[in-house]
Ligand binder design. Structure first.
Ligand code: SAH
Length: 261
C-alpha cells in the first residue's frame, strides 16, 4: 500500500504510465505492483467496512440492550468477529444471531458474548477458563481483557482451527486445549473467572473446585433440548452463590456430563 507513497503526485504517475510499456518486463513488474497495491487497498477497505459494522453492532445490539461495562463495549468493537467465522458467512458476521461454524456447532450471538463477558466483571489481568472454544471468538474477547485465557474444546477439528485463528491474529495469552471441559484445567487453576458456552444440566464439580475464592462462573444451566438459565455462580467462603440472568439457548455440553444422569 505504501508502494506509491513518496513517488510524487498524480502528475508523475501519469508520466510513468506514458514512459513504460506495460507489456515490457519492467512494465509487467509495475503492473504486478499495481495489482498488489490495488488488492491491498481492497482488504483495507474490507477492514474499514467491518469496523463500521462492528461499531453498529455494539451500539444497536449490545449497548442498546443494556450492556454498560466500558471495557466490554471497547473490546467488542475491536475484535474482528468476521475473521472467526467460515468464509461463506463472513458477510453476516456482525448480524444479531448465532452463526454456524462447522462440525454442527455455532458461534454465539454477539449480544450473548458481550453479556456473558460483562457477567464475569473482569477488570484486567485475571486468569480465565473457558469451556467450549468453538470458533475462538469468545476466547479472543476475553483475551483482550484478562491476563490469560485457557480454553477447552471437545471437538478436535474446532480446537485446532480456533488455535490457528488465535495464533494468526496474535492472541498470545489465549491457550487452546482439545478435551472435555468437564474436568477443567487443573494445572492452571485457580481461575478468577470461568465461562461455559455450552448448555449444562448442572455445574461440573471440578469447575467449581478450580474457581478462586470470590471468582465468578457464568454458565447456561438447564435442559439442552429446550432452553437454559444463564447463571452467574460466585464462590464465597467456598460456597456457591447463584444469580440467574436471562433465558438462553445453547448447544449441549457433551462428554462426561452426559454420563452423570
Ligand atoms: N464460545 C464459542 C461458541 C461455543 S459453541 C465461540 O465463541 O465460538 C459450544 C462449543 O462447546 C462447541 O464447539 C462444542 O463442541 C463445545 N463443547 C461441548 N461440550 C464440551 C465439553 N464437554 N468440553 C469442551 N467443549 C465442549
Amino acid at each position: 500500500m505504501s508502494l506509491f507513497a513518496g513517488q510524487g503526485g498524480p502528475g508523475e504517475r501519469t508520466k510513468f504510465h506514458r514512459r513504460y510499456n506495460l507489456l515490457s518486463p519492467l512494465g509487467v513488474i509495475f503492473l504486478g505492483l499495481g495489482i498488489a497495491v490495488f488488492s491491498g487497498q481492497g482488504s483495507s477497505q474490507t477492514a474499514r467496512t467491518m469496523a463500521a459494522r462492528r461499531k453498529a453492532m455494539v451500539a444497536d445490539q449490545i449497548a442498546a440492550r443494556g450492556v454498560r461495562d466500558p471495557l466490554v463495549l471497547k473490546v467488542m468493537s475491536e475484535v474482528p468477529r468476521h475473521l472467526f467465522v467460515p468464509v461463506d458467512v463472513v458477510d453476516r458476521a456482525y448480524e444479531d444471531y448465532p452463526l454456524p461454524i462447522g462440525e454442527g456447532q455455532t458461534i454465539s450471538q454477539p449480544y450473548i458474548v458481550a453479556l456473558m463477558t460483562e457477567c464475569l466483571a473482569l477488570k484486567g489481568g485475571e486468569n480465565v477458563l473457558e469451556v467450549g472454544t468453538g470458533s475462538g471468538y469468545q476466547a479472543a474477547v476475553l483475551g483482550r481483557i484478562a491476563g490469560s485465557v485457557f480454553t477447552i474444546e471437545i471437538d478436535g477439528t474446532l480446537a485446532r482451527r480456533a488455535a490457528t485463528t488465535l495464533e494468526r491474529l496474535g492472541f498470545e495469552n489465549v491457550h487452546v486445549r482439545a478435551g472435555d471441559g468437564f474436568f477443567g484445567w487443573p494445572e492452571e487453576a485457580p481461575f478468577d473467572a470461568m465461562i461455559v458456552t455450552a448448555a449444562a444440566p448442572e455445574i461440573p464439580p471440578a469447575l467449581f473446585a478450580q474457581l478462586a475464592e470470590g471468582g465468578r462462573l457464568v454458565i447456561p444451566l438447564g435442559d439442552a433440548q429446550t432452553y437454559q438459565r444463564l447463571t452467574v455462580v460466585t464462590k464465597r467462603a467456598g460456597k456457591p452463590h447463584i444469580e440467574q440472568v436471562l433465558d438462553v439457548r445453547f448447544v449441549p455440553m457433551t462428554g462426561e456430563i452426559l454420563k452423570k444422569k
